[in-house]
Design a protein around this ligand. Sequence first.
Ligand code: ZN
Length: 311
Amino acid sequence: MVGREYGRIYAWDEVNPAMVRQWCEVMGVDNPLYTDAAYAATTEFGDIVAPPAMLQAWCLEGLHMNNYPPGSTDENPYEVLSLIEAQGYPAVVAVNSELSFERYLEMGEKLYYTTLIKDLSDEKTTGLGTGFFVTQVMTFYSEQAGADDKVGELLFRVFKFKPAQAAKPAPAAASERPAAKRPLPGISDDTRFFWEGCDAGELRIQQCKACNKLQHPPAPVCQHCHSFDLGYRIAKGSGELYSFVVMHYPEVAPFDHPNPIGLIQLDEGVRLPAGLVGVDRNELKIGQRVRVEFQTFDDQLTLPLFRPVSD
Ligand code: ZN
């Protein structure tokens, strides 16, 4: 099948400004060449053009699978994958997607593409399993009065494979499983003072020695004045609930569920996320006063937790 080229699949619509504008909006592209006709008129193009990277979008079928415009081929360019699958290679993973462009597209052009099976590898074994790399090339053309004009290409390579059998240890009986511990924080030279503070029952907040401002979480540099000369200040430990979430699922040991987690606005002006204790989750209120307390888990990790207070 290598070298076989499948028939045309047409675009539903001409290259048009509405699709261009919507694509740019979704992708976060703000180049005025694509959306501002007055600006585009001042460029070498004279009018808006389509972003090259939306090439594939013009010929997509839309919401319903395989719903291609009249005149499109009814061959299945992906039949090679079904044939390989029937030989016992059920899994698939995309490995390359490479777009290349000949030129910008102008409004009003009508596209179609054809699909070539460019290459089929010998059987290969990778970490995923054993199978075949299949390379297809979709070539996009613009319909022209004379010869149609090639405007770009999409090379697409997949690996169609038999998954490797992972050796799975037999599940241990519940009684033999070690009890799950709290995950430990990654401690660096920048954050050590905070965790040592927790061990000492102090809520330490990083403070810049140059501008005196506070910041949390700790960082290597002052976010206000960029000084590297940083120390800390011991917070009073009171504040209010700025926001919160209640984790219900997944239930991950060793945490209790539902698991309420707050974003605490300290009276000193910085915020930190922390577990909440002594709360009825139905009565959590933004703005309620909270106070820190320290709890040690697994004899090795002391965390600041916050409990509602009534002042
Ligand atoms: Zn500073």
